[in-house]
Ligand binder design. Structure first.
Ligand SMILES: NC(=O)c1ccc[n+]([C@@H]2O[C@H](COP(=O)([O-])OP(=O)(O)OC[C@H]3O[C@@H](n4cnc5c(N)ncnc54)[C@H](OP(=O)(O)O)[C@@H]3O)[C@@H](O)[C@H]2O)c1
Length: 261
């Protein structure tokens, strides 16, 4: 039976006598990772390929994507795309036949106090992180498998601001609302949100050392688990949300207990 056209609810493909759902997870599935040339997205890519899936990596820099795909072997392809450019996003999805799962970590924005940021910088989290993901889902929707899923990326700042950065805080909270709204609209396709705390990985490695050390020190003070996350820990949460067949409309805070204190 063709999963994309079957009528009725999407159900796990088989039931196993050992109490598991019997599905074969990501085997043979196509997972689109916009931002997958580095960081969390690239760690997700490695997990998908290790579980027998295929990945399509997207990003703005061909050299980064080529290197990332080469490290993943024959199960990876890549296409350049800028999530801030709707024509570029449309061309990206035109070249993809089928989407089983989608994650968009691609985002470029400025974070800071309302009283200091320019109008353009204040708008940048919504312009890039919110609308970038919204339009990626919109363009992927016609190609999404009925038993597939979308994972949106927010951040634990949605619930507990790290410092004065109100537009960034509001953007992450809006993405969590978007996840609930899309879960309703796209069902039985599942839509969930991952909300990481501070991650010791590629994004922070590209920022000034003093800022990074201050952020990590604050996180060691404030999170219950007394450290930032690894990219692997966030990637594991994403793969859980791709593969758990009864979770939709949820936000998973992979934040080491940061939002509880
Ligand atoms: N790292 C953290 O501490 C943390 C915590 C909470 C939430 N997050 C969220 O996680 C996401 C970042 O993921 P990450 O930590 O894995 O960072 P990352 O390694 O910097 O990954 C971002 C990727 O997106 C691509 N990208 C950026 N802007 C793009 C655009 N407009 N169009 C297409 N691709 C674009 C980048 O490649 P190119 O520059 O080559 O395009 C890069 O490969 C953001 O949404 C961030 O808010 C991160």
């Amino acid at each position: 039976m063709d999963r994309t056209t079957a009528a009725g609810p999407a159900v796990p493909r088989s039931a196993a006598p050992d109490g598991t759902d019997g599905s074969d997870g990501l085997r043979g599935r196509t997972v689109v990772l916009i931002g997958g040339g580095s960081g969390i997205g690239l760690r997700v890519a490695h997990r998908v390929v290790a579980q027998g899936g295929r990945v399509v990596l997207g990003g703005r820099t061909a050299a980064r994507l080529r290197t990332a795909a080469a490290g993943l072997g024959g199960a990876a392809t890549w296409r350049t795309v800028d999530t801030g450019d709707s024509a570029s996003l449309a061309a990206f999805f035109d070249g993809i036949e089928r989407v089983d799962h989608l994650l968009t970590t691609a985002a470029s924005y400025r974070v800071g106090p309302m009283r200091e940021l320019s109008e353009e910088d204040a708008a940048s989290p919504f312009a890039s992180k919110f609308w970038g993901q919204y339009h990626a889902v919109r363009l992927a929707a016609p190609k999404l498998a009925r038993d597939g899923s979308v994972v949106l990326m927010s951040g634990a700042a949605s619930v507990r601001p790290v410092g004065p950065a109100p537009a960034y805080v509001a953007c992450n909270a809006a993405i969590e609302g978007l996840g609930r709204g899309l879960a309703v609209e796209l069902a039985p396709v599942r839509v969930n949100v991952v909300a990481p705390g501070t991650v010791d990985g590629h994004q922070w490695a590209g920022r000034p050392a003093a800022d990074r050390e201050a952020a990590f020190a604050q996180y060691r003070r404030d999170a219950l688990l007394r450290r930032p996350a690894t990219e692997e820990e966030i990637a594991q949460a994403v793969v859980f949300l791709f593969t758990n067949t009864f979770t939709t409309g949820s936000t998973l805070y992979t934040d080491g207990g940061y939002t509880l204190r």
